[in-house]
Design a protein around this ligand. Structure first.
Ligand code: ACO
Length: 371
């Protein structure tokens, strides 16, 4: 059976930074309250030109370059996101087109902030069952587009960004060792975007009522998060046959510093064993774990051969964890440039649209072209 190794990783955040002091100009809050209650100092916010797909493509470009894997060799792209470009088409299909991943399947995965954990496990299982050899898993968000900037209880928490992993099959043991995926839909109302779906289809009334924004019962979500983080981490370790001392680093979802502290207390581990960057980015939902992994690897907190646990929670309610033996790029691979593939992908996409238009003229619009 093949193992699914993480051979490339990359992140991308928008340039614009919104500090707590900036937020204090917008709503009734202050830097001290936000730092004390959340640990957040600032967050990155999408510019007009940034979208969930554009951030994802940039993060993916870094990850593919590190893995030395051309996009044309990808078999699968999964984008975990809570702020997709559209209800459909999937953000993953847009990413597939922009990268020129001509032979990859692509779909979005919705499990809120736990989405990256779920997506990584789905890609791992596809590799382990030998259905595919390579996968690109991305967490990408433009949460600033779905946050109510007049609601101080939510708007201080979230930020935008993307993180991506390349997974590749190998006979060598390692990579993703175990996974835990859980859900408790009875808490669905605690964190939701109530409008725009089939229950409350978008209308002028749903917009007037602000149903297209994130609605959250912060205290309940906080209690749930502190309950599940340590237990899920332990479960992933046990499934992988690892002890606490075998784990070099825990990478938790970056929602609130106090939630990470509670997880550390639950696991009886010092905070130094946790990757923490919530102060710089806020809660970037599905992107928070891969961004934290990228920074931890860059700072030398994760070395090839280290065991790590990634653990997240989010709306659904959902939670999950993974035990991973960190690998790094396969040594035999040769360096590649990804941007030329993206340029070719752009041209290919334009030509396909033109060809589709010409076909429409030749065959007649609306007629079955196979007739
Ligand atoms: N600035 C100043 N005061 C504030 C602010 C603010 N931004 N927000 C709330 N307050 C006030 C409240 O009105 C309240 O005032 P009151 O006592 O006069 O009523 C007081 O501060 C305390 O409010 P609490 O909600 O009890 O504050 P708490 O310490 O619980 O912190 C927070 C709130 C930060 C939202 C916390 O509950 C939390 O982090 N919850 C988890 C949220 C989370 O992780 N969500 C993401 C899940 S992942 C996903 O799927 C997207």
């Amino acid at each position: 059976m093949a193992y699914a190794h993480i051979t490339g990783w990359g992140m991308h955040v928008p340039k614009k930074i919104l500090t707590n002091d900036d937020l204090a100009q917008m709503v009734d809050t202050n830097d001290e309250w936000i730092r004390e209650r959340t640990g957040i100092h600032q967050r990155h916010i999408a510019d007009k030109s940034d979208t969930t797909a554009s951030l994802a493509v940039e993060a993916a470009t870094h990850a593919l370059r590190m893995a030395k894997l051309p996009p044309t060799e990808l078999d699968l792209i999964i984008v975990a996101t809570s702020s997709p470009e559209y209800v459909f088409p999937s953000t993953a299909s847009i990413v597939q087109d922009q990268l020129g991943a001509e032979t990859a399947g692509a779909f979005d995965l919705s499990a809120a902030c736990t989405g990256f954990i779920y997506a990584l496990n789905m890609a791992t299982q596809a590799i382990r069952s030998e259905q595919i050899k390579t996968a690109l898993v991305i967490g990408s968000e433009t949460l600033s587009r779905i946050v109510d900037w007049t609601d101080r209880s939510t708007c201080i928490l979230f930020g935008d960004g993307a993180g991506a992993f390349v997974l590749q099959a190998s006979d060598e043991p390692g990579g993703v060792l175990s996974a835990v995926m859980r859900s408790d839909g009875s808490g669905g109302n605690l964190l939701a975007i109530p409008g725009g779906g089939s229950v409350n289809p978008a209308s002028s009334q749903t917009v007037l009522d602000g149903l297209h924004f994130i609605h959250m019962n912060g205290n309940e979500v906080f209690r749930f998060a502190t309950r599940v983080m340590a237990a899920a981490s332990r479960e992933a370790m046990e499934k992988a046959g690892l002890e606490m001392d075998d784990i070099a680093l825990i990478v938790p979802h970056q929602a609130n510093y106090r939630i990470i502290q509670a997880a550390a207390r639950g696991l009886k581990l010092p905070m130094e064993r946790f990757a923490v960057n919530v102060h710089k980015y806020g809660n970037t939902s599905t992107a928070s774990i891969p961004i934290a992994v990228c920074e931890a690897a860059e700072q030398g907190m994760l070395q090839s051969g280290d065991n790590t646990v990634m653990v997240g929670f989010g709306a659904g309610l959902t939670w999950g964890s993974l035990a991973v033996r960190w690998t790094g790029p396969f040594e035999e691979a040769k360096p590649i440039k990804v941007r030329p593939y993206r340029r070719r992908a752009w041209l290919r996409s334009v030509l396909r649209r033109i060809w589709r238009f010409i076909e429409g003229l030749v065959w007649g619009r609306g007629k079955d072209s196979s007739a």
